[in-house]
Ligand binder design. Structure first.
Ligand SMILES: Cc1ncc(C[n+]2csc(CCOP(=O)(O)OP(=O)(O)O)c2C)c(N)n1
Ligand SMILES: [Mg+2]
Length: 569
C-alpha cells in the first residue's frame, strides 16, 4: 500500500510518543494533518503560532511528553520563531515542522516568491538542529536525526522543514522503516561506577553537605530520590526559582533559595552537590550568598556538559541523567550510616528561614487596602485550589508573589518563565498542561501585562475543552518596570497600560468571566470559577493594587537588582 509523506511523518512522530500537534492548517501540510487522528495524535489549532510552542512547553513541563508544532511557509513559521527561542532557553523538546513551498521556488527563493523565505537560516540560532526533508524516502531517517539531536544534552527544539511535494509524495509503506526510539538512540548519559564512588566519598567526608537542585530535577522527575538522599545525608535541599516544584516546598529538608536560611546553609557548606541547575543569574551565584569558593567543594551533575562549572568553580563535574545518578548514589551510600549530626544545622537554617519569612511578609496579614494585595490574592488562590493543582505563573512582580505564596505542589506542577523570562507564555502553557492532565485542575496566575500577549488562546482553550482557570492581576500597569524608572528619573514612562476588563474578553471567547474588586468577593469568585471549569475555562479579573504589587521583600528586591547589575558589596 502507498502512503503519503504526511502519513509517514505522522507515523514517525507517533512512534516517538507524540500525542499533540499544535499549529494551523494550510495546504502545504494537509496530508500530515489528515493522518494525525489515525495515528493517535490530536491536532490543536492555535490563534498565534508562538502559542503553539508555549502549549507544547506546558505539556512537556507537566508530563514529560514531547509535542510537535506545524506552521505554514512564511508568516506562520515566522510567528513561531519566538516560541522556538523560548523553548531553546527553557530546555523544552519540540519538533517544529515548518512547511515549505515546492522545490523550484526555494533555496534560494527568488524575490517573486509569495510567502517565500529560507526558514532554515531564520531558525538556525533558535533551534538545536534543523534540516530539510527533500524526499519521501528520507522522512524516517531525518526525523530520527531530529529526535537524536533533540535529546542530546539539554533538550530543546528541532526543526524539520518539509516542502509541500514531499508531504504529498506517495511511496510504498513497506519501504519505510519506522524504528522504535531505542533502536537508534541511547537512554541518556549515565555516570560511571567510579564517578558515583567518588561522589559518595565527597559527600560522606563532608562536614556540612548541601543539595542545590534546579528544574532539571523536576524534568527528570527525580525529586523523591533527591529527598531520600537529603534524608540519608541529614542535609538541606535548596530549590532554584525555576525548580520550585522539584520537591515540595514545605518538606522538612527544604530551604527557600532566596531566604536567609538558604544563604547561611550555602555559606557554611563545605560540599555542595548541584543537580540539574546551571547556577544561573537568578541564583545570584556570588560568594556573598554562596560562601568562599576556595573553601568549598562544588560538584555538579547535569544532562549536559555545557551546564557544568558555568558560574562557580567545580571540584567535580559529572554528566548524567539525574534519576539514575541519585539512585546510584543512594545505593552506594546504603552501606554507610545515615548522618544524624547534621540535624542541628538543618533546624537552625529552617528557623532562620521561618523568621525571615515572618519579617518579609508580616504586613500581608494586616493589609487592608486600598485595593487588593497580590500576595493576599495568591494566598487565597492557593487555599482554594490546594496543593494538588498545577500552577502556571506569568508576569513580573505578580509571578514573584506566586512564587512566594502559592502552596507547595506535586512534582512538575509549578510552571514558570524563569529561563528566558518571556511574558505571555502562561496562558498557552496552562492550556498545554491541561491537555496533558485533563483530570487535574490547572490554574494560571498572570500579570495584566503578560496576559495580553496570548489571551486569544482562551478561545482555543474553550474550543478544545481545556478548562483552565486564569486569574489576571489587573492593575493596569507593567509594574515591574516602575521601580527603576522611579529611582533613576523620578517618574515613569510606558508602564501605564490602562484598565482592561479581562473577564469580558474571556466571556467574548467562550469562557466564564468573573470580576473581583473586594476581598470579600474573592473566595466566592474562586469557588465559582472552580465549578465553572466543569463546563468551560474561567477567567477572574482581580483588581489588584499596584503599590502593593511593588512591595516585595527588600532582600529579594536587592537580589533582583544584583541579577541585573552584579553583586553589591
Ligand atoms: C515578552 C517580554 N517583553 C518584555 C519583558 C520585560 N518585562 C519584564 S517584567 C515586565 C512587566 C510585567 O508586567 P505584568 O505582567 O503586568 O506583571 P507586573 O510586574 O505588573 O506584576 C516587563 C515588560 C519580558 N520579560 N518579556
Ligand atoms: Mg501588571
Amino acid at each position: 500500500m502507498t502512503i503519503t509523506g504526511g502519513e509517514l511523518l505522522a507515523r514517525c512522530l507517533a512512534r516517538e510518543g507524540v500525542k499533540f500537534v499544535f499549529g494551523l492548517p494550510s495546504p502545504e501540510v494537509d496530508p500530515f494533518l489528515a493522518a494525525l487522528e489515525d495515528n493517535g495524535m490530536r491536532f490543536v489549532p492555535i490563534r498565534h503560532e508562538a502559542a503553539a510552542a508555549f502549549m507544547a512547553e506546558g505539556l512537556y513541563k507537566s508530563t514529560g511528553q514531547v509535542a510537535a508544532t506545524v506552521t505554514n511557509p512564511g508568516p506562520g513559521t515566522a510567528n513561531l520563531l519566538p516560541g522556538a527561542i523560548n523553548a531553546r532557553h527553557e530546555g523544552v523538546p519540540l519538533v517544529a515542522i515548518t512547511a515549505q513551498h515546492r522545490l523550484d521556488v526555494v533555496y534560494p527563493s527568488p524575490p517573486s516568491t509569495f510567502q517565500g523565505q529560507d526558514q532554515l537560516d531564520v531558525f538556525r540560532p533558535a533551534v538545536k538542529w534543523g534540516a530539510p526533508i527533500f524526499s519521501w524516502q528520507r522522512i524516517p531517517e531525518v526525523t530520527r536525526m531530529a529526535f537524536r539531536e533533540m535529546w542530546c544534552g539539554r533538550p530543546g527544539p528541532v526543526q524539520l522543514e518539509v516542502p509541500m511535494p514531499v508531504m504529498y509524495a506517495e511511496g510504498d509503506e513497506s519501504l519505510a522503516t519506522v524504528l522504535e526510539p531505542l533502536a537508534y538512540r541511547s537512554r541518556g548519559p549515565q555516570a560511571s561506577a567510579a564517578q558515583i564512588v567518588e561522589a559518595a566519598k565527597l559527600l560522606r567526608e563532608a562536614r556540612r553537605p548541601l543539595l542545590v537542585i534546579g528544574s532539571g530535577v523536576d524534568r527528570a522527575n527525580a525529586g523523591e530520590a533527591v529527598l531520600a538522599l537529603a534524608a540519608k545525608l541529614g542535609c538541606a535541599v535548596i530549590t532554584s526559582m525555576a525548580g520550585r516544584s522539584a520537591v515540595p516546598q514545605d518538606h522538612a529538608h527544604h530551604l527557600y533559595g532566596y531566604g536567609a536560611g538558604a544563604d547561611e546553609a550555602r555559606c557554611e557548606a563545605d560540599v555542595i552537590l548541584a543537580l540539574g541547575t546551571r547556577l544561573g543569574n537568578l541564583d545570584t551565584p556570588f560568594d556573598k550568598y554562596w560562601g568562599d569558593s576556595s573553601a568549598q567543594k562544588l560538584f555538579q551533575v547535569d544532562l549536559d556538559p555545557r551546564s557544568l562549572g558555568v558560574s562557580r568553580p567545580l571540584a567535580l563535574g559529572i554528566v548524567s541523567e539525574l534519576g539514575l545518578f541519585v539512585r546510584g548514589l543512594l545505593a552506594e551510600l546504603a552501606a554507610y550510616p545515615t548522618r544524624v549530626n547534621a540535624a542541628d544545622d538543618l533546624a537552625r537554617y529552617r528557623e532562620k528561614e521561618r523568621s525571615w519569612r515572618e519579617r518579609s511578609f508580616s504586613t500581608l496579614s494586616s493589609y487592608n487596602g486600598p485595593g487588593l494585595h497580590p500576595g493576599v490574592v495568591m494566598e487565597a488562590i492557593g487555599r482554594t485550589f490546594g496543593r494538588e493543582a498545577i500552577y502556571v505563573a506569568d508576569g513580573g512582580f505578580t509571578s514573584l508573589w506566586a512564587h512566594f505564596m502559592l502552596p507547595p505542589t506535586r512534582a512538575r506542577s509549578y510552571l514558570n518563565i524563569l529561563e528566558l523570562g518571556m511574558l505571555g507564555v502562561g496562558i498557552p502553557a496552562s492550556i498545554g498542561a491541561k491537555l496533558g492532565n485533563p483530570e487535574r485542575e490547572v490554574v494560571c496566575v498572570s500579570g495584566d501585562g503578560a496576559a495580553g500577549f496570548h489571551c486569544m488562546e482562551l478561545q482555543s482553550a474553550a474550543r478544545e475543552g481545556a478548562n483552565v482557570t486564569v486569574v489576571v492581576f489587573s492593575e493596569g500597569s507593567w509594574t515591574m518596570e516602575v521601580p527603576n524608572e522611579q529611582m533613576r528619573y523620578g517618574r515613569t514612562f510606558g508602564t501605564e497600560m490602562g484598565p482592561i476588563r479581562w473577564d469580558k474578553i474571556a466571556e467574548g471567547v467562550g469562557c466564564s468571566g468573573l470580576f473581583v474588586e473586594t476581598m470579600a468577593d474573592l473566595e466566592p469568585a474562586l469557588n465559582e470559577a472552580r465549578s465553572a471549569t466543569r463546563a468551560r475555562p474561567a477567567l477572574i479579573c482581580v483588581r489588584t493594587d499596584r503599590t502593593a504589587n511593588m512591595s516585595i521583600p527588600p532582600s529579594v528586591g536587592q537580589r533582583f537588582g544584583e541579577v541585573y547589575n552584579g553583586p553589591v558589596a
